[in-house]
Design a protein around this ligand. Structure first.
Ligand code: F6P
Length: 343
């Protein structure tokens, strides 16, 4: 009987997931293995919900956003008997290996399942947030930055026409990578990230200075995870205990404060899930494809507890535990590059 590799995508979706699935399925098929889609992240192993995947099912999916096997933020460790059901369903479906494609939460579960329950799992790092420490870049990030940069470019022309301050709220959770990279690429006048405390007066002063030297519009990029003085958390949490940041209204609160302090008319754009949707950039397609090939190579060789990672220009294997040990946040050096153009 042929051996089988399961594939799951967990957490928030991002462009490039289908490219990984395609690469894994094609590799498995070439090696004479069966590939099985585990639907909707860890939920597919808890319930169970499986679907067979072969070259026909993955044909044409390379440029498609989202994930053909669905995703969810299910955490088996938070469900009564969840872990036991994952192990039992894995056994009953006669899977020999599992490839988990996810961010800190999904890969955190993968790490525990490997270390505490010997589940034969290999990880692939995805997230638009680019906040995983074990890899230089995650796929999905480049697409999100491209979308945010295009939005900033578009906001420039309307901001200039109306003499307005435009606040753009971007995603990224507790890491300001999308804000920093799209802000640098889009020539933002102020960039605010969760890693650096926000001082409203400094922001207002940068805008006033800019206007004093004849620029009658400004673009401010703010990361959804920024702590703003006086802004409370919305309270609602997902199964991994994360506050739903998009509901906090960081952009609106900042926009109100800027208008009050500077007197300049201010508008706010919240980019939200647009940053996660649609077709991946070529760079993300290539990175996701390379990660998929590496993960399949590791899984088929029985090298579990590893994650495919980008180091420089090489795709290598790193221990899963290393990937999820700590969040990779914006460094002072990167923020200095952004700050050189403030005001
Ligand atoms: O982790 C990816 C991400 O898009 C974050 O940037 C954002 O905070 C979160 O997911 C949004 O999650 P949801 O789609 O569950 O609202």
């Amino acid at each position: 009987m042929a051996k089988s590799v399961g594939i799951l995508t967990g957490g928030g979706d991002c462009p490039g997931l289908n490219a990984v699935i395609r690469a894994v399925v094609r590799s498995a098929d070439a090696a004479g293995w069966d590939a099985v889609g585990v639907r909707e992240g860890w939920r597919g192993l808890v319930e169970p919900i499986f679907e067979d995947l072969g070259p026909a099912q993955v044909s044409g999916i390379l440029p498609r956003g989202g994930t053909i096997i669905g995703t969810s933020r299910t955490n088996p460790f938070k469900l009564e008997g969840g872990v036991e059901r994952v192990l039992q369903n894995f056994r009953e479906r006669e899977l020999d290996a599992l490839i988990a494609i996810g961010g800190e939460d999904t890969l955190g579960v993968a790490t525990r399942m490997f270390e505490e329950h010997q589940l034969p799992v290999v990880g692939v790092p995805k997230t638009i947030d680019n906040d995983l420490s074990g890899t230089d870049y995650t796929f999905g990030f480049d697409t999100a930055v491209s979308i945010a940069t295009e939005a900033i470019d578009r906001l420039h022309t309307t901001a200039e026409s109306h003499n307005r301050v435009m606040v753009v709220e971007v995603m990224g959770r507790h890491a300001g990578w999308i804000a920093v990279m799209s802000g640098i690429a889009g020539g933002a006048d102020v960039i605010l990230v969760p890693e650096i405390p926000v001082d409203f007066e400094e922001v207002a002063e940068a805008i006033r200075k800019r206007h004093a030297r004849g620029k009658n519009f400004s673009i401010v990029v703010v990361s959804e995870g920024c702590e703003l003085p006086g802004l409370e958390d919305a309270g609602e949490q997902d199964q991994f205990g994360h506050v739903i940041l998009s509901k906090r209204g960081v952009g609106d609160a900042l926009g109100r404060e800027i208008e009050q302090r500077t007197g300049y008319e201010t508008r706010v754009t919240v980019l939200g899930h647009v940053q996660r949707g649609g077709t991946p950039t070529p760079r993300d397609r290539v990175l996701a494809t390379r990660f998929g090939l590496k993960a399949a190579e590791l899984a088929l060789a029985g090298e579990f507890g590893q994650m495919a990672a980008l180091r420089g220009d090489d795709v290598v294997a790193v221990p899963l535990a290393e990937a999820t040990a700590q969040l990779k946040v914006v460094t002072r050096e990167w923020y200095d590059v952004a700050q050189a153009f403030f005001g």
